[in-house]
Design a protein around this ligand. Structure first.
Ligand code: FMN
Length: 360
């Protein structure tokens, strides 16, 4: 199989395989492992303040000489109104109560104590650190940011979950579109946090292919050779892996979280807004079952509010109050290294491809 295509050229890699950004899971070691396996690693920076972004980027540079991508969240931030302040306090009390009822004594931050960062603060840090590839999710970068990054020679990878979003990304000058199917683990990369397009990858990918002229990376549900090659047939030139790497030795998940992933079946995986205020796919638990729509603040407020709960639950090995994100393809969550998992996939693809070639 010839892996060379537009994506390998643009990303300067041997294989058009991308380790997905997974905030809270991706580590510098995972990114380095992916890039050292001649694929593209992606460092998830979420909404971290600029100085933290620099720290993580430098830690990754210590582990690899190869280029890697960085990923940021570019969502709008809802205005902090009196009504929102009031709802924040009510939700804080509600969540503290349910946590206490389940023997978790947490003190969540007041609205004055949380720090909301805008992605604009991150852009200069990424330019200063000479990040060659910037991927983003939860919307589109604004015009000045696109101009600034492209003027510095940065290649932009934007996430879409609908044809409309893909077309907007292309028109604004984004170089590569990352098509995220509904089956993907973690947060939906949709532009809106409420009315999300709920389109499966099998439907979305070929429609985006027919609607844009920039190269496409597909993400969502790729976990073996057949799923990878299926997305190639539908128009993908790049293949991004998320959940397949959750159990890897470089993943930041705790052992109890990796075990939980291996223990649950398909009926335990669902979309929920309860932890962050944006839809994300992961394992249902006591928290997702108890937090109803009336106690969910808009993103990023819910996310900031529940951060301390998740931290305490994690420290207590309590799987009922942490967010364990994962996609719909149960891949067994191998505990091997990122490089071994990726290399095994490459070999499987090459074997399957040569079988297909032989049958022609
Ligand atoms: C734990 C977790 C965290 C994630 N964090 C991010 C993130 O920080 N940025 C992002 O663009 N996507 C994030 N995603 C989405 C992934 O990049 C990717 O789209 C998804 O995992 C692909 O689907 P799959 O899990 O079926 O492979 C996350 C996914 C998971 C499972």
């Amino acid at each position: 199989m010839n892996w060379k295509n537009n994506i390998t050229k643009l990303l300067d890699v041997e294989y058009p395989i991308i380790q997905a950004p997974m905030f809270g899971v991706t580590t510098p070691a995972m990114v380095a492992a992916a890039t050292n396996a001649d694929c593209l690693g992606t460092l998830a920076l979420g909404d971290l303040p600029a100085e933290k972004c620099i720290e993580h980027i430098r830690a990754t540079k210590q582990l690899t000489k190869n280029n890697f991508a960085v990923n940021i969240f570019v969502n709008d931030i809802p205005e902090l109104t009196d009504a929102l302040r009031e709802k924040y306090t009510e939700t804080k009390d509600f969540i503290e109560n349910i946590a206490r009822e389940h023997h978790l004594d947490v003190h969540l931050p007041s609205i004055e104590e949380i720090q909301i960062n805008s992605y604009h603060d991150q852009i200069d840090a990424l330019i200063a650190e000479k990040c060659r590839f910037v991927s983003f999710t939860f919307g589109n970068l604004d015009e000045p940011s696109i101009y600034k990054l492209k003027n510095n020679g940065t290649l932009l990878l934007g996430t879409c979950t609908s044809v409309t979003e893909a077309v907007i990304l292309e028109k604004s000058g984004v170089d590569i579109v990352c098509v995220q199917g509904l089956e993907a683990g973690g947060h939906r990369g949709s532009f809106s946090s409420d009315d999300i397009p709920a389109i499966g990858g099998l439907s979305l990918l070929p429609q985006v292919y027919d609607s844009v002229n920039i190269p496409i990376i597909y993400v969502g549900g790729i976990y073996n050779a057949k799923t990878l090659l299926a997305t190639q047939l539908l128009g993908a030139q790049g293949f991004q892996l998320g959940s397949l790497l959750l159990g890897s030795s470089e993943s930041a998940l705790e052992q109890f979280e990796k075990q939980r992933l291996r223990d649950v079946d398909e009926t335990a995986i669902a979309l929920t807004k309860s932890f962050s205020g944006r839809y994300a796919r992961g394992i249902k638990n006591v928290f997702t079952n108890l937090v109803d729509e009336g106690h969910i603040l808009p993103y990023p407020y819910q996310n900031k509010l529940t951060g301390e709960l998740r931290r305490v639950a994690k420290a207590n090995n309590n799987s009922q109050f942490v967010s364990i994100w994962t996609g719909q393809s149960n891949n067994g969550y191998s505990g091997k290294s990122t490089a071994e998992i990726i290399k095994k996939l490459i070999t499987e693809v090459e074997n399957l491809y040569s079988i297909k070639e032989d049958r022609k």
